[in-house]
Design a binder for this molecule. Structure first.
Ligand code: NDP
Length: 261
């Protein structure tokens, strides 16, 4: 048997229906965690939960829009009722979008700040009291290399992801007395539906072929490839495990060395 790192732990993963969130759910399941999977689209989530259950995992799907405060606030109690208190929270749900800054649509700014940053604030605020009570917690925020560097035409996304990193560090400092670690993972472009959408957007905007557009994104990584969702999941397993108990307030890049801080 492989080294199972999360036996007996209960993990809530937002945005678990596809891409990075789904890969994290799968790796957490392989490592023995019980899973609460959240996203807006319940059918896709049910499918992910069903696949994991077929492999012997405990997995429950919860419809939750992370931008709707009431849905977020009631989620921990629903999870507790079905699975128990949340030990691990992965704030992964997110959205991307780009626009040049001149005439930047206010709606895009508000949407990305809400989905990528305020949701992390709200979800963590809803989950953390239970962790404090149980004197244990692992919080993992899926940030981005855009948490560390500026990228042209991406002011709202970059601002939201810098905010996630600021919140990660502030919370890590505040949670040290409670045996709760708070860390961020900062990937470069990952091979997920979000990146497929970025490729399609570039094709539509610039008239480049799909291969050319994808190559531009691959070339942002010095290894000239997209990161796989499983690479992100593997780091999430480690951060959630006992092995990482001394690591908090960190923002770990997975980008082939594109950003070196
Ligand atoms: P995907 O678009 O492939 O998946 C996003 C997931 O989030 C889906 O499960 C989606 O489900 C869910 N989601 C989106 N909006 C909401 C919402 N309002 N409420 C609840 N769930 C929501 O994204 P990725 O897997 O690529 O990205 C995951 C995270 O990783 C994001 O935070 C992203 O910013 C970050 N990231 C991604 C990179 C990449 O290159 N792909 C690089 C660096 C960071 P549904 O639509 O059903 O709600």
């Amino acid at each position: 048997m492989t080294d199972v790192k999360l036996e007996g732990k209960i993990a809530l993963i937002t945005g678990a229906s596809r891409g990075i969130g789904r890969a994290i759910a799968s790796s957490f399941a392989e490592n023995g965690a019980s899973l609460a999977l959240a996203a807006r689209g319940i059918e896709d989530l049910q499918q992910v939960a069903g696949t994991l259950r077929a492999k012997g995992a405990v997995a429950e799907a919860f419809a939750c829009d992370v931008t709707v405060a009431e849905q977020v606030e009631r989620l921990p109690a629903l999870v507790e009722e079905k699975l128990g208190g949340i030990d691990i929270l992965v704030n992964n749900a997110g959205a991307a979008g780009s626009h040049k800054f001149v005439n930047h649509p206010d709606g895009l700014w508000e949407l990305l700040l809400e989905v990528n940053l305020t949701s992390v604030y709200r979800m963590t605020k809803a989950v953390v009291p239970g962790m404090i009570e149980r004197k244990y917690g692992r919080i993992i925020n899926i940030a981005s290399v855009a948490s560390k560097v500026g990228l042209r035409y991406m002011s709202a996304y970059v601002a939201s992801k810098h905010g996630v990193l600021g919140l990660t560090r502030a919370l890590a400092a505040e949670m040290t007395d409670h045996n709760i670690t708070v860390n961020a993972i900062c990937p470069g472009y990952v091979d997920t539906p979000m990146t497929d959408f970025a490729v399609s957007f570039m094709v539509a905007r610039t008239g480049r072929s799909e291969t050319e557009a994808r190559k531009i994104l691959e070339d942002t990584n010095p290894q000239q490839r997209l990161i796989s969702p499983e690479e992100v999941a593997s780091l999430a397993v480690w951060l959630a495990s006992e092995d990482a108990r001394g690591t908090s307030g960190q923002a770990i890049n997975i980008d082939g060395g594109a950003v070196m801080f």
